[in-house]
Design a protein around this ligand. Structure first.
Ligand code: NDP
Length: 497
């Protein structure tokens, strides 16, 4: 058991290079989800605070202190940030566990990924880009990529550090200035990240962090005319609201939203391996992962066998506090989210699904004050049930049966979401056939969850618009400008007089 320090010094926002309280001095408590204790207080920022951050970012952008320096110089800052993340890795890992609840093992991966993401974009931004075109003499046509300007970045609580870095690293690499808002539920590693940005000496006003309720501070970021783009990760309902809000000022919008991802298992697959990956697909992160394999579809000839083995292993998952090294699954992030997940479990029962295991809040000694839920499995579900259609975002999975490839694809694509999906089979051609039919942005064959900084992340349908990571993730934060140069100026000759 790792003793994690109990409190973090009260949190402040970072605006125009200075640490600030909310202008009205209001705060809200930050809770450790493993035991319900208050670990800090975060500023309850206001519209005025959001505007101060937006104006600081606008001023820094117009001054060219960031967009005007060379890509190599910007990259050198990003490399320094990555090095600092490595230097503070142990502290960041503990803070993430304390704030979000995830086991130290998971938090450690996130921290390492965060450093790697900064390094990736530091490298990418110095690579050649742009295009030239062979047009008729004496013209020369070319395309250059430019920063968009002030980017509003709004992130959720499930990967407080990593989701932030997925936006901050490419946005800064591209030369933008940023107004960033973490989730109010998990502001602690964001605060540490901004301490790092300050430590490496990022010019004043380039990176601003404002905290406060989404409908107040987030809404101001999405609606303000001085914000040129909003990049949002969170729920589909909020994403729709942001898209509508941003439309008034015609901002570019990038949305990484929810999912209800299918994990398709064919009978020819080794059953033990299929169960192993499927458990990882849903219960990693306590199911609070946008791409979680929350709908398992199993070919009917092995369905019963699969369910029995899956349930047997789900029951053995070690649920506990994140700082306990034997813990395999931590708590849910907040009491409010716990209520939401338990509500869905009740709903599943009312809809007539069979609870094959789990379904309860865990109240045994040591966990009774935290927000723990048993790994939960529903079977005998129908496609139209809300527990099949809606994102629960907890350790709750539905296991469905299919008779052939065609039905598997139909069920898999049968929700409004299209974030991720996986296929397990030993038949290579079948795997590719099925994956190509999935209406989803991220797919795996005989695997679940691996994500790479190099590869684009994002969804089809109501799972979002645009992509994070890879070259696509950088392009989200760039404008494209066409430049046409006349190399020999002569009269146009269009008008005679
Ligand atoms: P929410 O949509 O509730 O919140 C996400 C962020 O948006 C928070 O910072 C929140 O602020 C803010 N926000 C809330 N309302 C508004 C508003 N009206 N205007 C502007 N900003 C607002 O999502 P959760 O935090 O509950 O996160 C879970 C969701 O995120 C899941 O649906 C999950 O699938 C999705 N997600 C998607 C990922 C992807 O890559 N596709 C990755 C990770 C998560 P605050 O909370 O402070 O009020």
């Amino acid at each position: 058991m790792v003793e994690i320090k109990k409190r973090v010094v009260n949190i402040k926002m970072f605006i125009d290079g200075e640490w600030k309280d909310a202008e009205n001095l209001q705060t809200r408590p930050v809770i450790n989800p493993a035991n319900g204790e208050v670990i800090s207080y975060a500023p309850e920022g206001t519209v005025a605070d959001a505007r101060a951050a937006i104006y600081a970012a606008r001023h820094a952008f117009e001054a060219g202190v960031w967009s005007g320096i060379s890509a190599q110089e910007r990259a050198s800052y990003l490399f320094k940030i990555a090095d600092k993340i490595d230097e503070y890795a142990a502290e960041l890992t503990e803070l993430e566990t304390m704030d979000n609840g995830k086991p130290l093992r998971e938090a450690g991966f996130d921290v390492a990924d965060a450093a790697a993401c900064f390094r990736y974009y530091a490298g990418l931004i110095t690579a050649p880009d742009g295009q030239t075109y062979h047009v008729a003499d004496p013209m020369q046509a070319m395309v250059v990529r430019e920063p968009i300007g002030v980017c509003g970045l709004i992130v959720p609580w499930n990967y407080p550090l990593l989701m932030s870095v997925w936006k901050i690293a490419p946005a800064l690499a591209a030369g933008n200035t940023i107004v960033y808002k973490p989730s109010e539920v998990t502001p602690i590693t964001p605060k540490k990240l901004f301490e790092i940005l300050e430590e490496v000496g990022l010019p004043k006003g380039v990176a601003n962090m404002v905290m406060g309720a989404g409908p107040v501070v987030g809404n101001e970021i999405a609606s303000h005319p001085e914000v040129d783009m909003v990049s949002f990760t969170g729920g589909t309902k909020t994403g729709k609201h942001i898209m509508k809000t941003a439309a008034d000022t015609m901002k570019k919008v990038s949305l990484e939203l929810g999912g209800k991802s299918p994990n398709i298992i064919f009978a020819d697959m080794d059953l033990e391996l299929a169960v192993d990956y499927a458990l990882f697909g849903i219960y990693a992160g306590s199911g609070q992962v946008c791409s979680a394999g929350s709908r398992i579809l199993v070919e009917e000839s092995v369905y019963d066998q699969f369910v029995n083995r899956f349930v047997e292993r789900a029951r053995k998952i070690q649920v506990g506090t994140g700082n306990d090294s034997s813990t395999e699954m931590g708590p849910l992030v907040s009491e409010q989210h716990l209520e939401k997940v338990l509500h869905y479990i009740e709903l599943g029962k009312q809809e007539g699904a069979t609870l094959a295991c789990g379904g309860n809040r865990i109240v045994r000694d040591g966990l009774d004050k935290g927000y723990f839920v048993e790994p939960t499995v529903f079977i005998d579900v129908k496609q139209k049930m809300r527990i099949v259609q809606e994102e629960i975002f907890g350790p709750v999975v539905v296991i469905q049966k299919f008779k052939d490839e065609e039905e598997a694809i139909k069920l898999a694509n049968g929700t409004v979401y299209g974030l991720a999906g996986a296929v397990f089979t030993n038949d290579g051609a079948k795997a590719l056939r099925v994956v190509k039919k999935l209406r989803a942005g991220i797919t795996w064959v005989n695997s679940y969850h691996p994500t790479y900084n190099e590869a684009p992340w994002g969804g089809y349908k109501q799972s979002g618009v645009g992509r994070s990571l890879g070259t696509f993730g950088l392009e989200e934060f760039q404008e494209i400008k066409q430049i046409n140069i006349n190399l020999q100026v002569e009269p146009v000759g269009w008008f005679s007089n």
